[in-house]
Design a protein around this ligand. Structure first.
Ligand SMILES: Nc1ncnc2c1ncn2[C@@H]1O[C@H](COP(=O)(O)OP(=O)(O)OP(=O)(O)O)[C@@H](O)[C@H]1O
Ligand SMILES: [Mg+2]
Length: 301
């Protein structure tokens, strides 16, 4: 954990959209990116769910993440893009606790979560999707949903065998089952509830991964390439679900290489390159940004 972990109560304030003790101008993301962050904060006066300040992660001599600062507003489908090796996945891993940052601070809902375990961070409502593990492939889709992380009291044997508490456990298990079915219906996976997860297509797996993440009732979900290998029909479904979830208050940070998806669905878009933030902006702004075009070496964006 960094020695800069001193702030534990940074509340969001209306106005500039940054926590009271943080001056937006202090966030060192370079002149261009800084003004873009400020513009975004002014454009939508919603709360900042996630804020990352001067995040760094080194692996030996490699600076995978090299002083990254950005904020994500509530209810947005924010994109995080950049060429291969830009540091996107490492940034995700540092935010969700899978990796401990070399330096920097991560705030979730105004509270510092830097260096906490993935479990602690998930309990606060910040979660990333996980690939269906090998053991879970041999379980049904419904069982995968029921086993998703989410603080079930049914896991506790003591509670299950204590008179009086047992009814509580049964009630809770029923609620979990109801929630699982509700999500499976919403993701049009209910007809597959009894199938082994291992028999699902790539796209169906991605839908199940998102549905499982929602079992934990998070506020924010980080998605790392959720559309890789997904056919166009399921891709449309998944994107529709993401927009519905945003409209009901969930927040997403999406890493995706498909530029059409990013440009048509994400706002704002954060661009990383060689471990740093290049810029933050709307698709219109990103599309014509010289630095972004250069970073992608003229690839069609
Ligand atoms: N565990 C690790 N050990 C050593 N180097 C690593 C490790 N993880 C990532 N790196 C390096 O850090 C840099 C950033 O990698 P990262 O996976 O975060 O990039 P990315 O933007 O997610 O790339 P991609 O688009 O290909 O998924 C790369 O140079 C990568 O080789
Ligand atoms: Mg990656």
């Amino acid at each position: 954990m960094s020695d800069t972990n001193t702030n534990t109560d940074a509340e969001s304030v209306p106005g500039n959209g940054f926590p009271a003790d943080i001056d937006a101008s202090e966030i060192d993301v370079g002149e261009r990116a800084e003004s873009a962050v400020e513009r975004n904060a002014k454009r939508t006066p919603r709360g900042l769910v996630l804020r990352v300040q001067d995040l760094q992660k080194t692996f030996g001599g490699i600076r995978a993440v090299d002083g990254v600062s950005f904020a994500v507003e509530e209810g947005t489908l924010t994109g995080l893009i950049g060429p291969n090796g830009a540091g996107k996945s490492t940034t995700f891993n540092c935010i969700t606790g899978a990796l401990t940052p070399t330096n920097g601070i991560v705030y979730f809902n105004g509270e510092e979560v830097t260096g906490q375990s993935p479990h602690e961070i998930a309990n606060r409502g910040l979660i990333r999707t996980f690939q269906i593990a090998r053991e879970l492939e041999e379980m049904t889709v419904l069982e995968n949903m029921m086993l998703a992380p989410g603080g079930q009291s049914g896991e506790s044997l003591i509670r299950a065998v204590t008179p009086g508490l047992r009814a509580d456990v049964v009630r809770q298990e029923r609620a979990i089952r109801d929630r699982a079915w509700e999500l499976l219906e919403r993701f049009e996976l209910d007809h597959l509830a009894g199938e082994y997860a291992g028999s699902l297509s790539g796209g169906q797996r991605k839908l199940l991964e998102l549905a499982r993440a929602l079992m934990a009732d998070p506020e924010m979900i980080l998605l790392d390439e959720p559309l890789a290998g997904v056919n166009p029909t399921l891709e449309t479904k998944l994107l529709e679900r993401l927009h519905e979830l945003c409209a009901s208050g969930y927040t997403f940070l999406l890493v995706e290489h498909d530029m059409d998806v990013i440009m048509n669905h994400c706002d704002p878009i954060i661009v990383m390159h060689q471990g740093s933030i290049l810029t933050v902006g709307s698709s219109e702004e990103i599309r014509v940004d010289e630095q972004v075009i250069e970073a992608y070496l003229g690839a069609d964006i």
